[in-house]
Design a protein around this ligand. Structure first.
Ligand code: MG
Length: 277
């Protein structure tokens, strides 16, 4: 997925236009989450997300990626990202990462969740996979909270890394990173989920980024499967992926792809999101 060229900082009017696509993206993921259960296929989840986005007047923006024909990426167990929806049937205990995006009036949202399919017969497996999903989500919120107080974008990588490491021994994928978002789903700048040396661009009103840690139970090596899209762990360990699109504006910070703007997720970090006026 190539980065489109666009200026990094949006105007206040442009930020307002990013609220709807964020909300529609969130709605698509909420609908998919409701539908995840043993026996459902990943293509059925895709149809639910597409209907939700189109009913809201949006367009699934992953379809604008050359060669991609679906609304979602659904990545199961050792798959990290970019899994193609199809006839795969979700099994009890599967760890399922779902990435969705909507374009509304030419502006984009992008977000991902990881859900563990219930499996009463294997509570230990479910608990271990939930722990991985939770550590990844914790890293995401730590990164968003850091964005609220950092001067330079790349400060958030250290916060994400530290938060995930605090939950146990995990691998943070480095081959794939977050990105700016706006008129294109993928824009400059890159958003790192780990500590890097360059400070990165200034954090100031108008910056909108998709932060998306990808985390494994083992190593950070990955490869693309024969379908040319799905990225899986080299060591076969489980992976999780959480993502939000986040706007920095004059009044503060707002998580565009969270129904509450990020209030619940940010509360443990003492950060209160502010709606875009
Ligand atoms: Mg993304």
């Amino acid at each position: 997925m190539a980065f489109g060229s666009a200026k990094i900082y949006k105007t206040p009017a442009e930020l307002r236009l990013m609220v709807r696509p964020g909300a529609v993206t969130a709605a698509s993921l909420a609908a998919v989450r409701e539908a995840i259960r043993p026996g459902v296929t990943t293509l059925e989840l895709d149809a639910i997300a597409e209907r939700t986005i189109r009913d809201a007047g949006g367009v699934p923006n992953f379809m604008k990626e050359p060669g991609y024909r679906h609304t979602l990426c659904v990545s199961v167990n050792d798959e990290i990202v970019h899994g193609i929806p199809g006839d795969r049937v979700l099994q009890p205990g599967d760890i399922v990462s779902v990435d969705s995006g909507a374009e509304v009036e030419g502006w984009n949202g992008d977000a991902a969740i990881t859900v563990v399919v219930p499996d009463p017969a294997r509570p230990e497996l479910v608990a271990a996979r939930q722990e991985l999903a939770d550590a990844t989500e914790h890293g995401l919120w730590a990164g968003i909270a850091e964005l609220a107080r950092s001067k330079r974008l790349n400060q958030i990588g250290g916060a994400i890394e530290e938060a995930i490491d605090s939950r146990g021994t995990f691998g943070i994928i480095e081959d794939y990173v977050g990105h700016g978002i706006g008129r294109s789903m993928h824009e400059e700048p890159p958003v790192f989920n780990f500590r890097v040396r360059p400070a990165g661009p200034e954090v100031k009103p108008g910056l909108v980024v998709a932060i998306e840690p990808m985390v494994t139970r083992g190593g950070v090596g990955s490869h693309v499967l024969a379908d040319d899209w799905t990225v899986a762990t080299d060591d076969g360990t489980d992976a999780a992926h959480w993502e939000h699109s986040v706007a920095v504006h004059a009044g503060g910070l707002w998580v565009l792809t969270s129904p509450d703007g990020g209030a619940a997720g940010l509360a443990p970090f003492g950060v209160v999101p502010v709606p875009i006026a």
